[in-house]
Write a protein that binds this ligand. Sequence first.
Ligand code: ZN
Length: 412
Amino acid sequence: MIDDLLEFLGACPTPFHVVDRAAAALRDAGFTEMDEAVEWPDAAGSRFVHRSGSLVAWRHQTCDAGFRIIGAHTDSPNLRIAPRPDAGSSGYRQLGVEVYGSPLLNSWLDRDLGVAGRLATPSGAKLFCIDRPMLRVPQLAIHLDREVNQKGLLLNPQIHLTPVWGLGPSTVGEFAEAAAESAGLGADEVLGWDAMLHDLTPPTIGGIDGEFIHAARIDNLVSCWAGLEALLGAPADSHPSAVLCLFDHEEVGSTSAQGAGSILLPTVLERIAGSRAALHPALARSLCVSADGAHATHPNYPERHKPDHPIALDGGPVIKRNANQRYATDAAGEAAFVAACGKAGVAHQVYSHRNDMPCGSTIGPFTSAATGVTTVDAGVAQLSMHSAREMCGARDPLDFALALRAFLSAAA
Ligand code: ZN
């Protein structure tokens, strides 16, 4: 099972690849794909629908017991290819990039980088993935930055993050050509792209006893994987109805046509329920887990954490509380998730952020505001959040999947 997670992490360098892979797994399990652009006379059964980098899947028979919803996000902070990327300086061919979300910028330096995403063509979108070390952002030598270890590394995202990918003069259209070729297209067929860089180091098991996972995009593909496992393991006649929503654009605030702040989830739930009249009572009986990474206590920086809320890797799923609603968890949501962990036989932990530092957020506040559904923010503890290479415990993802499965099957 852990091999399946490592493979999932490695195979999904972009939100589009996450959706593509999830859709394939759902189809294999007998789920039927729905078309958003036509009416749905009947949405009962095992179904899914996707919109760009987001996907909603469900197992539904009746609305009697409402919905049990698992939400996660498909995007991770990274460097994305600019619209007119072909650039160069000092005899190098380079590609212009745009910083997406809030990555730890230093973590992108001196890595073997590939590029992946989707291309717009006259006949629709086509995924592409170049898995060879075509790009690199070279760090400045210490001899040219003598105080870097004393004063810290300062990176200007406009100036210092432009990857090199060759020597000589750059030619306009080079990037489109390379991307087109990798997708088996002619350069003139590429009308636009959503393309981003990824580290080529494969996900791996680490630690002296294999207790860690080292990988890119642990935030938040571990939750996408665990949510998918839970839904696939749920019975076809799930009662309450089981719903999995994987949203793009969480790392930039969730406001887009398919982000958690969009009407995607409320609209799909209404179409599953069959009518608005059936939806509202169903929502009142529903519960949601907003599944996302949590900060484990860092052994080298324990002072950055609230002293009475230590979080351990492999200590079980973490319930995240924040009185200022950066996390959506309330007492009722917490109680429901604690019960699910108990039913699954896994431990749980509770996180609270220091009062003297601003707290991160998740899709939870968005989906709970849009649906009025009691929500709990929970996820797998990790270190190095938003680095190009993160780490988590090797047992936690499996425990989280078990807890999510128990949450889906719990009686209302
Ligand atoms: Zn996240």
